[in-house]
Design a protein around this ligand. Structure first.
Ligand code: XIL
Length: 662
């Protein structure tokens, strides 16, 4: 991450409120990741380079000077450029659409610097570079781990992972490099599509190349009818050097959206982040200042950028975030002191809207910002928009990012945010919604706690219910991501696993999904999200089983169980279980128990709640599949681990009554 971006993100972090109290949490073992499959290990213990090579003239060699594990590592010497470093061919190893976790240990021979883990890919000889792990401080005194996720999203004829540094060209070592993946699960095809349930406005997701392939693409297509390229249309992606426009990242995303009839939000033409430094460098090579000359050059670059980018997409992009995050409520005038502002004043905003309207007259033009529910910020944004509108600046709408969390903000504050802008007669869109499971920067959970996931479901339920009351005013709601396997909140504002979206890391519907798709399925809590401190919800949802609490009587019990292993791989498996009511009385709840014969362990279960103690497994119904009429069935599925053999359970019982094994 570049320093300028990091600074800005820190300032956003500082702006996010921190709850005064923490909620008691229980770890949800059901959300644990299953055992990953390792496709690459380079430990350099055999005295060879294990296929690693330099990227240019630098030399790589097995070394015993230092080692992370064992006694060997790989030494890289003779580097003459920062991008030179050890690289490994993974073409044929990495499959398109699979999310790999890549881990490498790095150490410098002398001094200190930042190191990055990257991928170079080529298609028909055209190279592109993806960052897997951004700048990470490294030095000569210790080994530093670089771990990141990477999904290849395009067909390639060249694919190499490599380690590079940010500024120095000294010798370095790498060791214990691994790449692994967790097998994808099929998406759930029989659950309602969000876009069919929510018909008041398009519902979107922000996407990268990884979201349009294989299962991710299917999930996107099933539930969403709008997309926002998350990074691909930003300045650093579209005009990395002056006058050189490249649409290699965004074009495939736009093509996917068009092919699937989805609306496209263009994000973003002007921002202070992810904008190359050349934009703010004057003709004299110095950082721009508030001179007439620098201002003219900056506005000229701005105009040229918008003309090219907006024209490239023509009518394909129906909405543009013309300017992003221009408000700073701590300034008396409410305007962020970005270089845009310090060099050009408000004219950068006026110019951006004027040029965007001219080049894309069909498009709705938006001003987009975060924390717009915070009254001080909301009011400063309102004042700016009112002023610009009165000047005749062509603004069509206000975008509320809605990066929120499970305990903030309240529905009332969010409603006040929407109401504030009604008098301006503008469109409003929710542009980047996600609901962090964390309520302070100090928290970190190894797996999302069940109570946080349920709180999150209530937030999604209540916020969507609110938005849907504003049909006509709210013209789009977009989530900042598709599923929890790829969310910017994993590294912002601190690095920790977050789970802010509707689908989990394996693309399965969370309670949050049901909060939007069918709130009757997440229990009956009517408590609105609290304003500052989150209460523990008392109503259990689908991920909160209570297998030991007897439910309503289930009449003359007779049952039959089908247990089917639907997929199996080294160490892991997936199974489907169907329990059929073969008695004469309807069940209003059920609890199924069995013993695993060979030490199998459930790591994740859907459509029910699981408790496992040793070999004993108990699965209780989810809130929506407890009622089973005579002759009808309920089904659930799970992921598990196994070693040695993986035999099916010998028998099952429904609250003490043995079931027949089908
Ligand atoms: C984020 C992206 O999701 C990340 O991948 C990137 O590293 C940083 O930017 N507000 C915005 C978005 O307007 O553009 C940001 O997107 C999230 C905050």
């Amino acid at each position: 991450m570049r320093a300028s971006l990091r600074l800005a993100l820190v300032s956003l972090a500082a702006a996010l409120p921190v709850a005064a109290a923490m909620v008691a949490t229980t770890a949800a073992s059901a959300a644990d990741e299953p055992t990953p499959i390792t496709v690459l290990t380079s430990d350099f213990e055999d005295g060879t380079t294990q296929g690693w090579a330099g990227r240019a003239s630098e030399a790589v060699a097995a070394s015993t000077t230092v080692a992370h594990g064992g006694s060997g590592s790989l030494a890289v010497t003779g580097r003459t450029a920062t991008w030179q470093g050890p690289s490994l061919d993974v073409l044929g190893e990495f499959e398109k659409g699979t999310a790999y976790t890549i881990s490498a240990w790095v150490r410098l021979a002398t001094g200190s610097d930042n190191a990055r883990l990257s991928v170079e890919r080529r298609t028909d000889g055209i190279a592109a570079y993806d960052q897997v792990v951004g700048n990470t401080a490294v030095d000569s005194g210790r080994w530093v781990n670089l771990t990141g996720r990477y999904t290849l999203a395009t067909d390639v004829d060249f694919l190499r992972i490599y380690v590079e540094t940010a500024s120095s060209t000294g010798d370095l070592f790498i060791d214990d490099v691994t790449a692994s993946y967790v097998p994808a699960l099929p998406i759930q095809t029989t659950i309602p599509s969000i876009k069919d349930v929510v018909t008041e406005f398009p519902v979107g997701a922000s996407i990268t190349g990884a979201e349009i392939v294989t299962e991710h693409g299917q999930l996107l297509d099933k539930h969403f009818n709008s997309v926002t390229p998350g990074n691909a249309l930003k300045w650093d992606a579209t005009e990395p050097t002056e006058g050189t426009f490249t649409y290699a990242q965004a074009d495939p995303l736009v093509a996917f959206a068009k092919a699937h009839g989805m609306a496209i939000r263009g994000h973003t033409l002007v921002w202070h982040n992810q904008t190359p430094s050349w934009v703010f460098t004057g003709a004299d090579g110095q950082p721009m200042t508030a001179t007439a000359e620098d201002k003219a050059l900056l506005l000229e670059r701005l105009e040229n950028h918008i003309r090219n980018v907006a024209a490239h997409y023509g009518t394909d992009i129906g909405v543009w975030d013309v300017v992003n995050e221009v408000i700073d409520e701590n300034q008396a005038d409410g305007l962020r002191r970005s270089t845009w502002f310090t060099v050009a004043g408000l004219d950068y905003i006026r110019t951006a809207f004027r040029v965007a309207r001219e080049v894309a007259p069909h498009a709705k033009l938006f001003i987009n910002d975060y924390n717009t529910n915070v009254p001080a910020k909301r009011d400063k944004l309102y004042a700016l928009v009112a002023q610009l509108k009165s000047e005749g600046v062509p603004i069509d709408g206000v975008g509320h990012q809605m990066h929120i969390n499970v305990s903030w903000p309240s529905v009332a504050e969010t409603k006040a945010m929407l109401d504030k802008f009604l008098p301006l007669g503008l469109e409003q869109q929710i542009t980047e919604m996600d609901v962090s499971i964390y309520t302070s920067n100090g928290e970190s959970f190894p797996a999302p706690p069940a109570d946080r996931l349920l709180q999150q479901a209530y937030v999604y339920r209540d916020m969507f219910a609110l938005f849907r009351q504003y049909e006509g005013e709210i013209t789009s709601v977009t989530l900042w991501g598709l599923a929890d396997d790829n969310t910017w909140l994993d590294t912002f504002p601190v690095t920790r696993k977050d789970a802010p979206l509707l689908f989990d890391t394996r693309l399965q519907a969370k309670s949050a999904y049901w909060g939007v798709a069918d709130p009757t399925k997440i229990g009956t809590s009517t408590s609105p999200p609290p304003t500052t401190v989150s209460p523990s919800p008392t109503t259990p949802g689908p991920t909160t089983p209570s297998p030991t609490t007897p439910g309503p009587t289930i009449g003359t019990t007779a049952c039959s169980v089908t247990y089917r292993v639907t997929g199996s791989w080294q160490g892991g498996f997936q199974a489907d279980v169907r329990v059929t009511n073969t008695g004469t009385t309807a069940w209003t709840s059920w609890t199924l128990g069995w013993q695993f014969p060979a030490g199998q362990q459930i790591s994740q279960l859907w459509n029910g709640g699981v408790a496992q103690s040793g070999a004993t497994v108990t699965v209780a119904n989810a809130s929506w599949n407890g009622t089973v009429a005579p002759g009808a069935s309920a089904s659930f599925g799970f992921l598990g681990s196994w070693t040695g053999t993986n035999p099916s359970p010998a028998g099952y019982s429904l609250r003490g009554t043995a079931c027949t094994v089908a």
